[in-house]
Design a protein around this ligand. Structure first.
Ligand code: FAD
Ligand code: SF4
Length: 514
């Protein structure tokens, strides 16, 4: 292929490292080329954790090298290329001017902003752009739109059941395996006083030359960014991602269900799979993940509550939140139902706080770029919700600090599920709770200077104080919500004097973080 005779320039973004993608269906190695670009903008539009930057860059470089080994021409700009203009749009523009392709092809990006930027470049350059379906997912935005049509509420449960039936997952003769769709009632276990005991550590991946070079680059170029790289061990290739999946299925799936909501001091992984970043970069196919979990059940190696609970996350939540994202974007990102305006406290970027639960969840986030679901929802998310932090600031933090963060999955989880800012699209009620919930699900409170049961006084747990204050502040807007009835009834039991003290103490907390 001569340099200037490219038919299709196939754009591969950092979260599209999928050799089975529709992009390659009619790819002709004689006439087509792949374009990939590393740009500063993708690490700076939110103040990105070093581990997230390193993971994306290393996985991209491995993917590039594998394509080249297959004889595919890859036009690739590295971050440290002196001509790199620093934005995706700018780099793509430069490539189009240099290569003069007849056409651009791309799979639907994972972020509205990126989709817009690429469409604008194509229009400006007067090159046609074909956007292909992302076959990595079970469902498409169109399928979700059909599901949504005529429904007043878009709850996970119904979409999940449709997908289970359609793809024949955990079904027997047209019925859900075991007779129930949902085994969540068995999945709220805690570790009790004795703690989690011994459990297998997840498989870790040592940095090869490519990853080591990326780590050095990130440490030098993004030294002021949050997080550390000395414990970086995430899968960066398909082979590693599959090993991580097998390790989870064999070692931890059996207890995933029972302990999926539990937390414990200095134990970041517990029985979680650690495969979200591999899924989101498309190193792992969700069908492979779901099939492996179902097989473990069919083989008698894992119980139904664990397997259904896990499949519900991958086939259910993951597909559902993507449906919500594309259904409601672009206006979704600006929603702020509760009118929350407080700034995000600085300690979210440092972990320096005397609240032990937050110190743990944020500390491990900075160490690894990881926290499990309940830590995100019921510790960091909960505190921001109760404090009334601007949901956009909360969104930008989650997008920045987790290795698995891509906007299609992060935004509905943050804005909708965790901050109740989307007018009840994702959640039927706010996930609001006092410190007592954290005390029940973890041992964090044992190592804390505060007392979870106390709402006022020197030792009052700030989450408990803020919980009552949150209910009081939002009482009017939450009153019509049946699912809040019990919590509001408890609020009504507080006498005026106690409530006044709580509000004064809450104001002091607000002032501290303003
Ligand atoms: P496990 O607990 O082992 O779960 C298995 C898999 O199920 C995950 O790998 C993931 O692919 C999927 N999954 C589980 N819960 C969800 C969910 N609520 N939505 C979509 N998929 C789910 N997940 C992301 O992948 N990227 C994000 O940016 C992200 N941001 C979040 C922000 C907030 C505020 C909250 C509350 C949740 C967020 N989640 C996000 C969902 C969930 O917390 C992570 O998927 C999970 O913690 C990843 O760890 P794991 O691979 O060990 O998951
Ligand atoms: Fe967190 Fe409150 Fe428990 Fe301390 S007492 S760990 S602040 S919930």
């Amino acid at each position: 292929m001569s340099k200037n005779s490219i038919r299709n320039l196939a754009i591969v973004l950092g979260d599209q490292l999928n050799r089975d993608s529709a992009l390659f269906d009619s790819f002709d190695t004689d006439r087509d080329a792949v374009w990939m670009g590393e740009v500063d903008e993708e690490s700076t539009h939110v103040w990105t954790h070093k581990a997230r930057i390193a993971l994306f860059l290393s996985a991209m470089r491995h993917f590039r090298d594998d394509l080249r080994d297959e004889g595919i021409r890859v036009e690739y700009t590295q971050l440290d290329d002196s001509r790199n203009v620093g934005t995706l749009a700018g780099e793509l523009q430069r490539a189009i001017e240099r290569l003069n392709p007849e056409r651009l092809t791309i799979v639907l990006p994972g972020e509205w902003r990126v989709k817009q930027a690429i469409e604008k470049v194509a229009e400006y350059s007067d090159v046609s752009l074909e956007t292909l379906v992302d076959r990595h997912f079970y469902s498409t935005p169109d399928e979700f739109a059909k599901h949504a049509k005529g429904r007043k509420q878009l709850r996970l449960e119904f979409f999940y059941r449709e997908l289970r039936k359609k793809h024949n997952v955990l079904m027997t003769e047209g019925k859900p395996e075991g007779g129930e769709w949902n085994y969540d009632a068995d999945n709220r276990g805690t570790f009790g006083k004795q703690g989690p005991g011994n459990f297998p550590s997840p498989v870790a991946f040592r940095a090869d030359d490519t990853t080591s070079a990326v780590i050095a680059l990130v440490n030098a170029r993004f030294s002021s960014h949050p997080g550390k790289l000395d414990r970086f061990d995430w899968p960066v290739t398909v082979k590693q991602a599959r090993r991580a999946l097998t390790d989870f299925i064999e070692q931890r799936l059996t207890k995933f269900g029972e302990y999926q909501d539990a937390m414990w001091t200095d134990e970041p992984w517990l029985y979680h799979s650690r495969i979200s970043s591999s899924l989101n970069l498309k190193l792992l196919d969700p069908r492979e993940v779901v099939a492996a979990a179902e097989q473990a059940y069919r083989d008698g190696a894992a119980p139904l509550n664990a397997v259904e609970g896990f499949i519900r996350q991958v086939l259910g939540w993951r597909e559902y939140v993507r449906g919500i994202y594309w259904h409601y974007m672009p206006e979704y990102i600006d929603r702020n139902t509760l009118g929350a305006t407080a700034p995000l406290p600085d300690f979210y970027w440092t972990g320096e706080t005397d609240m032990h639960c937050l110190r743990q969840a944020i500390g491990q986030t900075l160490d690894y770029g990881y926290a499990h679901h309940i830590q995100r929802l019921m510790v960091t998310g909960l505190f921001a919700l109760l404090l009334g932090v601007d949901p956009k600031a909360v969104h930008e933090w989650y997008l920045a600090v987790y290795v698995d963060a891509v906007e299609w999955v992060e935004l509905p989880n943050t804005l909708g599920m965790s901050q109740f800012a989307d007018n009840g699209v994702m959640a039927s009620k706010p996930y609001c709770a006092s410190g007592n919930y954290i005390s029940k699900m973890s041992n964090y409170c044992k190592g804390c200077r505060y007392k979870p049961k106390q709402a006022t006084g020197d030792e009052a747990c700030p989450l408990t104080t803020l919980y009552w204050d949150f209910l009081a502040r939002n009482e009017k807007s939450l009153k019509g919500n049946n699912r809040m009835a019990m919590q509001l009834k408890n609020l009504a039991r507080k006498d005026t004097g106690e409530l006044q003290l709580i509000r004064e103490q809450a104001k002091a907390i607000h002032d501290r973080f303003a």
